[in-house]
Design a protein around this ligand. Structure first.
Ligand code: ZN
Length: 320
């Protein structure tokens, strides 16, 4: 007989915090969606939610947060658990874990939103059966989660592959880039707001045959080439609002051109399989956070969780 488990999870995003408490089978017992406004308001509401959950369901066994960053993830660092140098107004140097701890009395872990989404994809999506893959999201920013040897990867702190330097795409020499730290790093050239700054309209409004997509695909392919050379994953899952359907064939073709046949193991690979869309659904990050909590409590992944999308936090607005 398995002892009861109560798992807490948060997917902390730039527009919303999805919070949930689940049992050992991944069944959601209570959940809420909180708008990301000020740290005091948002973290106060999240803390109150978990305090109420404790009253109604009992103490949590473990708790995990998947958050936007950058984050301090080194437990030995003085600012462990903080959101650090984020350009998001008001959220710089915020003690995320410390504040939530006021409502949660359980072992707590923190990882990036993209690493948690990668865990969600491994359980229910395009990462099933794979031990090493990359999860890339291209939207407000460019985030890269790495699942290596079956676990989310982090070193002294989490990687920031969205900010690598990339060669300029043909015909894009004039655009300065918008990264507040680097200007024309990958994110500065290719995130959603960069496309809007370059073309004057949101990416979704550009026609599918606009040359913007070739330039964008060249940058995403540059990231995929780097990930291929550094990690040589089984797959690169690429999603986010900018990854419109017309992007996938362009990225695959640009990647083949960039690799130039150098790595023999890549010559025969099925590019449609290698560069794939995410399929775990809009709550993959929350799923991943709860799975991390499960792993904290049991030292195992919840491979028995069977539902493709077990969470229903405001499904109709989850993509907002
Ligand atoms: Zn940058």
């Amino acid at each position: 007989m398995n002892e009861p488990l109560l798992l807490g999870g948060i997917e902390a995003g730039g527009t919303k915090f999805l919070c949930a408490v689940a049992d050992r089978n991944g069944t959601i017992l209570t959940e809420t969606r909180i708008a990301t406004t000020t740290p005091a308001e948002t973290l106060g509401a999240a803390t109150a939610f978990f305090r109420d959950a404790r009253r109604d369901h009992g103490a949590l066994s473990a708790f995990s947060v998947g958050s936007f960053g950058p984050l301090s993830l080194n437990p030995l660092a003085g600012d462990y658990g903080y959101i650090t140098s984020t350009p998001k107004p008001g959220w710089e140097n915020v003690d995320l874990l410390g504040t939530l701890r006021e409502g949660v009395d359980a072992p707590m872990t923190l990882d990036t939103d993209v690493n948690c989404a990668a865990v969600g994809e491994r359980l229910f999506g395009s990462g099933q059966g794979l031990d090493s893959f990359c999860y890339v999201t291209i939207g407000t920013g460019i985030g890269v989660g790495l699942l290596i040897g079956g676990a989310p990867h982090g070193g002294a702190n989490h990687p920031e592959a969205g900010h690598i330097a990339v060669p300029r795409a043909a015909g894009d020499a004039a655009f300065a880039g918008i990264c507040p730290f680097h200007g024309d790093c990958l994110e500065g050239l290719a995130c959603g707001p960069a496309m809007r700054a370059r073309w004057g309209v949101p990416a979704e409004q550009l026609p599918a045959d606009h040359r913007a997509w070739d330039i964008e695909a060249d940058y995403i392919a540059a990231l995929c080439a780097t990930l291929t050379y550094v990690i040589r994953p089984d797959r690169i899952i690429v999603g986010g609002g900018v990854m419109q359907p017309q992007m996938y064939p362009r990225v695959r073709a640009a990647l083949v051109a960039k690799l130039a046949g150098y790595d023999a193991s890549m010559r025969t690979i099925d590019m449609c399989d290698y560069i794939a869309a995410p399929t775990a659904g809009a709550s993959a990050g929350l799923t991943g956070a709860l799975a991390l909590a499960y792993r904290t409590a049991t030292r195992q992944w919840p491979m028995h969780w069977r539902t493709a999308e077990p969470f229903h936090v405001n499904k109709e607005t989850a993509d907002a």
